[in-house]
Design a binder for this molecule. Structure first.
Ligand SMILES: Cc1ncc(C[n+]2csc(CCOP(=O)(O)OP(=O)(O)O)c2C)c(N)n1
Length: 690
């Protein structure tokens, strides 16, 4: 192995040696503890340490790294104390995730390390978002993300590299090509000669290097970092290495030919570098011995502390409380040792309470000037005012800049706020949602527009696994709003009409809002953008231009989690949301003799159980009405809650009127038959006559 020290001092060479040796010696100890049954699982990076260590040392300590499961060297080179790392691996409360995450699936904002999710590839686009934040603030910083050879086959790899290239982001993508993805050899993983060849396809520079030579890794990444900063472009580095142990310790290595172990054993990154230092007389063997003894002593002391962690005592209140970030400014107890600590100042915003019918008590500011706006214009107004209020708010989506978006909601914004903040995206939902999370790591807010709610499936993983879970896992807020143009009624067929809100209501960590009036559309979007949590904001396309109403001109918010009482009645409750609110009111208008108690939920997660209970109390007969399909819909959840909590108040079975359990048909007659509206009269009759 050829080492070239270039202009590194002997002291620097020794520091690199210590950084390289530490993860190796920790791992050797872990393997021992594993055999003794004192730890349960271990993903080994033995043989690959030069990559994680060299990369981390080449970056500034406040540059984000997105490591994976074999990158212990990232954590140690960022000087995370071993006892706390060990507490983390043991699932202790005093680790980095309060016992909620395993092995290396955790992050720490003070160390600028972003925790991976098991799905691997989603890490890459988060680095895009971080780099975008640096670019927008004109900071001289890069981000660095790892991928295995297996991970390069994921769509996320393609999306993240392409987006970084198109947006000229200073991201360093590092592939650790260690020959295998679990048991899959690289010949069954890809057909190009070298993975770095893919760089050209994205229009970026790339290089393949010896990943076992720590000086090569360090020098290359230092140079690439300079390039990324100077040119404001991404770069792909393929590090050739080998996985010297099984995928994880229990899975064995039978499928790996012995010759490969023999060949790569000779290229051991630690041994070779050690020999080089001795040969160059930077160290002698006695000094090597001393360094090893010091590290051993450090490991033993730290492990002692690590084994003395307090056991986790489950506290359900704390578990539930940590799912969501508190409002900015009151986010006081991030998971110990993590949380970005970045608290963006919240603009002063008036809370409008229009939760009671106009003829009842209503505390909407009477002095506020009102304009008659269409639903779509109310959304526009919320976006525009939020952009004015939050200088750190970025809007992203396909065709949203000059074109104004598929529904023209963002029309004109690019002229006022510029292309840096109103961003057209390539066609890649997953990377953009991942980038939104990266922006959030750096204290930005973002709104991602789905062209149609249906297309969120292409970014589903980022929503339900990254955005939704990150705060619970390691105390990091995901300050992202996803706008979801949703719903049927316009003959748009199975993939431009879906009501998929129920998928997200089943995901703790998300908030789901779904306004039905222009006033609520504006106030809830403002609230969603102010909220530090990931919010899915559903906007029914059929309402955009079909309804209008009075909307305060001022900047105001409507409380997330609070339902609106549309009308108070005594015969039947209709608990509903979205376009179905208008079906219910149309029915009420057409049947003045029936006293309907209509509740517009407005927020589906969290639900306003007080409003539901009050309505049930007034009528004793409940119809849950929604455009989403019946089975597994929100109606089922609310029906269960009512039967559990309001049973004595019921005078009839709780009924659900929902859309048919079929995909959404294109033909208008079929679509009308599909929609819940077709069965509304029948259900109300049933309840009245019960
Ligand atoms: C989306 C997804 N599919 C499957 C897995 C199971 N899995 C975990 S690691 C792994 C192999 C990864 O290989 P590679 O990217 O080369 O990284 P390495 O483990 O070799 O470091 C697989 C298949 C997963 N974690 N995520």
């Amino acid at each position: 192995m050829n080492f070239d020290r270039k202009d590194l001092t002997s002291e620097q060479l020794v520091d690199i040696y210590k950084s390289l040796l530490l993860p190796r010696m920790i791992e050797e100890k872990m393997l021992l503890l594993l055999r003794q049954g004192r730890i349960s699982k271990w993903f080994s990076g033995i043989g690959q340490e030069a990559i994680a260590v060299g990369a981390t040392l080449a970056l500034q300590p406040d540059e984000w790294i997105m490591p994976l499961h074999r990158n212990l060297g990232v954590f140690t080179s960022r000087h995370m104390p071993l006892h706390q790392l060990f507490l983390q691996w043991q699932g202790s409360r005093e680790g980095y995730s309060k016992g909620r995450e395993r092995s290396f699936h955790f992050g720490s904002a003070p160390h600028h390390i972003c925790g991976m999710i098991s799905h691997l590839g989603p890490q890459l686009a988060i680095a895009d978002g971080v780099a975008l934040a640096h670019k927008l603030r004109q900071e001289n910083k890069v981000s660095l993300a790892f991928s295995g050879d297996g991970g390069t086959s994921e769509g996320d790899f393609h999306e993240a590299l392409n987006t970084a290239a198109v947006w000229d982001l200073p991201v360093i993508f590092v592939i650790e090509n260690n020959g295998y993805g679990l048991s899959t050899p690289v010949r069954e993983q890809y057909r190009c000669k070298n993975l770095v060849d893919k760089a050209a396809g994205y229009g970026m520079e790339g290089i393949q290097i010896d990943g076992n030579n720590v000086l090569t890794v360090y020098d290359t990444i230092s140079g690439v970092r300079d390039y990324c900063l100077r040119e404001q472009k991404p770069y792909l580095i393929e590090c050739m290495t080998f996985r010297m142990r099984g995928h994880e310790e229990a899975s064995g290595t039978k499928y790996v030919p012995q010759e490969l172990f023999d060949e790569w054993g000779k290229k051991d990154p630690v041994k070779n570098y050690e020999d080089y230092l001795v040969l160059q007389e930077v160290l002698n063997w006695q000094e090597v011995e001393t360094i090893r003894n010091n590290i051993k002593a450090y490991i033993d002391t730290e492990l002692n502390a690590g084994f003395n962690g307090r056991p986790v005592i489950a506290n359900t209140t704390e578990e539930l409380n940590d799912v969501y970030a508190k409002e900015p400014g009151v986010w006081s107890s991030p998971v110990q040792g993590s949380g970005s600590g970045i608290q963006t100042m919240q603009p002063a915003v008036k809370l409008v309470d229009n939760s009671q019918p106009a003829n009842e008590q209503r505390t909407t500011a009477n002095d506020a000037s009102l304009s008659e706006l269409r639903f779509i214009d109310a959304i526009k107004s919320a976006l525009k005012q939020s952009m004015q209020q939050h200088s750190n708010l970025i809007l992203m989506g396909q065709d949203i800049a000059e074109y104004g978006g598929a529904f023209k909601i963002t029309e004109g914004l690019v002229q006022e706020f510029g292309k840096a903040r109103i961003r057209n995206t390539p066609l890649c939902e997953s990377a953009i949602i991942g980038a939104a999370l990266g922006l959030s790591l750096e204290g930005f807010k973002s709104m991602v527009e789905m062209q149609f709610a249906d297309f969120v499936t292409a970014g589903f993983n980022q929503v339900v696994n990254n955005l939704a879970k990150i705060h619970y896992r390691w105390g990091q807020p995901a300050d992202v709003v996803i706008r979801m143009p949703t719903g049927a009624g316009v003959g748009a067929g199975p993939f431009h009409s879906q009501s998929n809100e129920a998928w997200f209501v089943h995901t703790p960590g998300l908030k789901v809002v779904y306004p039905s009036t222009p006033e609520d559309a504006k106030g809830l979007l403002v609230a969603a953008i102010n909220d530090p949590n990931p919010v899915l904001y559903f906007e029914h396309k059929a309402l955009y231009r079909s309804i209008s109403g009075p909307v305060p001109d001022e900047y105001y918010a409507i409380e997330i989690g609070k339902a609106r009482q549309v009308s108070i009645g005594s015969d039947v409750s209709i608990i509903t949301y979205g376009a179905a609110v208008h079906w219910a009111t149309a029915y009420a208008n057409a049947h003045p003799g029936i006293s309907l108690d209509i509740v517009d939920l407005r927020t589906l997660l969290p639900l306003d159980y007080d409003a539901i209970r009050a309505s049930v109390g007034r009528t004793g007969k409940v119809l849950l009405l929604h455009e989403g399909t019946l089975t597994g819909g929100i109606g089922g959840e609310i029906a269960a809650w009512i039967s559990e909590h309001c049973f004595e108040r019921l005078d009839a079975p709780v009924m659900r009127c929902a859309s048919l359990d079929t995909p959404i048909p294109f033909n208008i007659d079929l679509e009308n038959n599909f929609l819940a509206r077709a069965r509304l009269d029948t259900y109300i009759e049933k309840l009245l006559n019960y």
